[in-house]
Design a protein around this ligand. Sequence first.
Ligand SMILES: [Zn+2]
Length: 1154
Amino acid sequence: MFGYGQNNFTWNGTLRELEGSHPATERVRPAMTASSSSSSGLEVLLSTLQNAGDVESTLNILNVLDELLSAGTDRRIHYMISKGGSEALLTALVNTGRSFSPNYTLLLPLLHLLAKVGQRDRRIGMKAEEAGAVLLTLNLLRQNVQHASRAAACLWVIQVFCSSVSTANLIGENNGLETIYRLIPPYTTKHLYTIKAAIDAFAALLCTKANVCSVVSKGNISGLLRLYEDWHSKGTQHVAIEIRHALLRCLHKVTHSTAGKHAFVSHGGIKLLYETTQTCLLSKSLESLLEPSVQLMRKCLPKTPLPLTSDQSAYTFPLPGRPHAIPDMDAEADESGEASDDEEAEDNQQADYDEDLETDLNKLRLRPDPDRPKELLPQYSRLCPELSHDFQELDLSSEPEDCSTASSFSSEEEAVLRNSFHFGSSRRDRRRSNASSDLSTSGSHSETEPEGHTAADAQLEARDFHSHSSILSTSPSFRTIVREARGEAPPSHRGDEQDDDEEDAEESHHRTMIDRLLERHGACIPHHEPRMYCAAATKTKSIPGFSILAFPDFWGHLPPPGNEPMAPRKPNIQRKKVLEDVQRFLNTDDIINQEVFDLEDSSLQCPSDSLRFFSKFECGNLRKAFHVRRYEYDLILNADANCNQHTQWFYFEVSNMVADVPYRFNVINCEKSNSQFNYGMQPVLYSVREALEGRPHWVRTGTEICYFRNQFCPAQGTRRTTFYTLTFTITFKHNEDVCYLAYHYPYTYSALKAHLKLLQKSVDPAKVFFQQQVLCGTLAGNPCPLVTITACPASRSCRDMHQLRNRPCIILTCRVHPGESNASWVMKGTLEFLCSSDPVAQSLREAFVFKLIPILNPDGVINGTNRCDLNSEDLNRQWSKPDPVLSPTIYHSKGFLYYLKSIGRTPLVFCDYHGHSRKKNVFLYGCSVKETLWQSGSAVNTVGLKEDPGYRTIPKTLDSLAPAFSFNSCNYLVENSRSATARVVVWREIGVLRSYTMESTHNGCDQGIYKGLQTGTREHQEMGMKFCHSLLSLTKDMSALYSPNLISRIDLDHKSHNCFEDDEPPCVEQIEYSTDCPALKGTDLDSEVNSNMVSADEEEDCDEGNKGTKHRRGSVGQSQQSMKSRIFPHLMKQASTEKINTCNSVNINGQIMS
Ligand SMILES: [Zn+2]
């Protein structure tokens, strides 16, 4: 409570009253209870206010209201609004303001109060229109343009009214923009509050398209820029900075439109802001202007189409049944195009999240009918070989039968293995074009266009997708390094023409060297065998017909010793990068802008001093590279095959570098609105030279990492208006190295095939039943492996065989999203653990039958897509009704699950391994009816709803077992948007209680012993092992593990549950960079209004001449105490206790004295 009222009022009762349902009201003011049930003191005050009593009474009421509202929280104001406070003030304003010579003694406090209340009333604009107060206020403003404090009061109210678009338009239509714009002068020291109020009101009016258009067409943008320049060059004190902030706010608003942006750029806005920013960088006091300036420049950099002829992926694949159908993604995505013109739409996923929850109890509980007839299920019996296997070999202890007939080596592979490693067969193809392009030519040989495929082709077992008489090679850059590793001088200087004989000789040297190197280092990587990898890769079918191996996949990777902490984010790194980008626009002198790599044009020449890029290998994804400035490259990723979007994953080779020079790389067509790259995540790098020196590690690398929205747009179409830049800087350790850079640790389909073969060879077939089968063929004709792992029965006795056949199934799937390579490393950990001799693994094998589908999307993985299959569909949205031809792996996975259910073997656990790009840690999503209903705030009474809480067992166990796992990040909600994901469909349709998505971060952990560290493959593999450990918790429930009725018990278990589940939620971290100028806070306006109350008093006493100096004594936002104490001093003098006590029948308690 402030100032004058202290001696005269006892307002406590009313203060509480204003709080509405304050529980203390009755206690404190017993007198109130009798009369207040229908009409509170506040309502009486408000009603009196509207009835236009005498000036003094009205002033008293305003006074009282202002005091009450100032002393309390916003809650009080909202209560007042709910009681019609805004309407009362508006009516009073109209009544007072309509008069030919309005009484400003009354009007000013009225306007001030209206500004304070109105900014908290979302409907104030509409209410003002209804009351006829909008144009009235505008007229008052026009009458008072020479009267600073009155004008300021009108401007604040106009600003507040503009929370409604229609009100802002109404003011705009009545030339309000011009009126207000004229109140913004060049630099001055006078009437700063009023000037700022004018700019703020002007900014508020720019909330509508019509007003922005009007401002653009009148050339006000140029004017605003000149004003900004003037205030920048002359005004250094705090108030001038506030005014510059307000001007920037106007510019931000006006550049929401394309026309506004154009005007801003064409009037030199970027240059002006860049220059003023340079000054701001030098002065601490001006620092607050940097962020809005930089964001404004970033936003206004002219839209630049990506330098592509088409946004469609370079990889297209004829789909069965629609030979030429490349889905037109544009048409579909255009629906959201309009909104995106207005830019910077925030990621509202979080806000909408709860609305996405399934609240229909029937949908949550009822199982839909199967999506296919029963007759189609028996075909899957072949995928349960453990059920039909007779284990005769247990009797003939001599020579165990190879369990894995389905995956025995082909003669071709055996030949490859026998002949050891064998490089490149098509040297003559490779050495076309000349010289410096040895890299670019590497991808050109043995290419054949994909043949037309029919549905039959896609069935299985594949004929060769491209002619693979040749054996895979590595890139020429790699050869150079090998040659150098042998201490040989290059045959001549780099890129010189050689004749065939020389090359043949080189080839053979190369082979020998590789063999020698392999002998020395190749055996050190567990579960990896380069020759086996090579053999597996020759059979992998890709759209472009890969003939080059990426060295890391071939050679293998070991996790580096030691931890890899998250990269510290340098302060203001985004500002620095954006300023560099702006400089690129302003100063084109040092711009090179030369294309140095094109996935589709292997004849492209690149200069000798440029980095060289290559990505035409399995999982590779780089479409183009541009040399931008001396040590800076723009990179464009290839969209998912048959598609024009989903870019995120990258994997490419880079060579011809100079050591110890920081190279800046910009991936300029990223699509997600935020990324863990803003929170400590680094890309990974593999150096061939390091590998040859005994350090075959993918390592986290890169500095100055930053992810932000950029100015690029699609080459054609309007699918989305902007992309995001991932920028990072790499300083290479060696000259002329060959390095590989990737979004995350690559794991190829060929690696899986080689890995499975090694695992199969590693297990003791008398103990471990390991069988690899083909679930189905993919669209491109690659087999999708399904692995069965369980313990061989102890004997062929009835009892042991019975136990085997009654073991519950655990189904684990992975890599439905190709860009989530971390999931594959987790799966690798699971596979290796399950095949190990660890006693826990042995127990698990004896308790369960594991069915693993380690890559659900082989074609996507092979072709370097990020999200989709060749069908350009997200396969994890196909589970409801998977198409047998277009989504065969999902169709057959689901069919297999149906089959298991049909024979009474509904899986005990289903888990789909994923990677998460926007969160830290590892966590599970499961399905729970109750939790979904609670979270959604559904009215359904869940008290009587029975739900088996068993879905929580595994996450709880993991929380204590797995360091990377975070129980708090798990949830069990069933969202509508996830209704076609594996987790939800397997839970709902197959009836698996423990149906999960396991999400592993691409970045690292923010809890546990790995806190602050990025996860590497070691941690991923450990997670895969820990997941297996957690399954032990389920065996505890099964005391009668060997009991014949186990299955029926488990089935009961499943029937008792009602769960749901879902999939990938939005980013938890705030977008670190601001997307716009910060909005004005309510308290800012309050303090300005209060300041004006002071100056209003002064104005009464002062002439125009010295007003300005008095205004200056309080800067914006200055302490309110002294100002408040001086409000309405004349009233203080006059108002006697009696008068106030009795005026308009309101007593000191605000009680009605009827
Ligand atoms: Zn995923």
